[in-house]
Design a protein around this ligand. Structure first.
Ligand code: ADP
Length: 213
């Protein structure tokens, strides 16, 4: 009994040192290489940092633009996904909304713009994105966003939802508010990109009977 205890005492220190060295070396060889070596990272699924940013964008505002710029600090590629929803009657057609966003981000190759219909998780999967990015302005957004995030997780547990908050300058801003202010002739300075302001005024000028739902 005593001799067994002595043997255990004798081997316990070298054994711990060996295990420590073995696991440290394994971690360095298997894991740290993935992080340091870009070719490993590029081929590695878990390093694919692409996010889908879905919405109606009817029209895109500086709040959306702010979220996309913030998203680019976290993700390598942002796919802006413009929802084609036959149930909603948007002010701008899907093509008009896509074209406006394309024009704003024309010089940024890390931002791509598509339209989609059907399930968002299916679109994200087709785009090989594992993350859905959404903006949270205030508590009022939270309940709906929370429900959506959990439903999307139920539909595809592989896809995570990631929330970002905009600058306080845009935390009160919504596409609907922009349309109402514009219809009533108010100033939209600093709230929407210039090309969008032109398009929205043009829309109301060409069709004075246009209604907002
Ligand atoms: P949806 O119809 O899906 O709400 P929106 O175009 O209104 O589409 O919004 C798309 C996403 O952008 C949503 O996550 C929304 O919360 C977010 N968002 C909208 N306006 C702003 C803003 N001013 N600041 C930050 N996020 C915003």
């Amino acid at each position: 009994m005593r001799s067994e205890r002595a043997t255990i005492q004798k081997i316990s220190l070298p054994l711990s040192l060996f295990l420590f060295a073995f696991f440290s070396l394994t971690k360095i060889l298997l894991f740290d290489n993935y992080i340091d070596n870009p070719s490993y990272a590029a081929n590695c699924d878990f390093m694919n940092k692409k996010a889908v940013y879905p919405g109606s964008f009817d029209p895109i505002t500086n709040g959306h633009v702010d979220i996309i710029h913030r998203g680019l600090k976290v993700f390598d590629q942002i796919v802006v996904a413009v929802l084609e929803n036959p149930k909603k009657k948007p002010l701008f057609t899907t093509k008009e909304r896509v074209d406006m966003i394309k024009s704003i981000f024309r010089d940024m190759k890390h931002v791509e713009i598509h339209s989609f219909h059907g399930l968002l998780v299916d679109f994200a999967k087709n785009m090989q994105a594992r993350v859905i990015m959404r903006g949270l302005r205030a508590i009022s957004d939270f309940e709906y966003e929370f429900q959506m995030a959990l439903m999307n997780r139920k539909l595809n547990p592989e896809i995570e939802t990631f929330f970002m908050t905009p600058s306080v300058n845009y935390s009160f801003l919504s596409s609907n508010l922009v349309k109402e202010v514009s219809l009533l002739g108010g100033s939209l300075e600093g709230l929407i990109p210039e090309e969008v302001e032109e398009k929205i005024r043009e829309k109301f000028r060409n069709d004075p009977n246009v209604t907002l739902i």
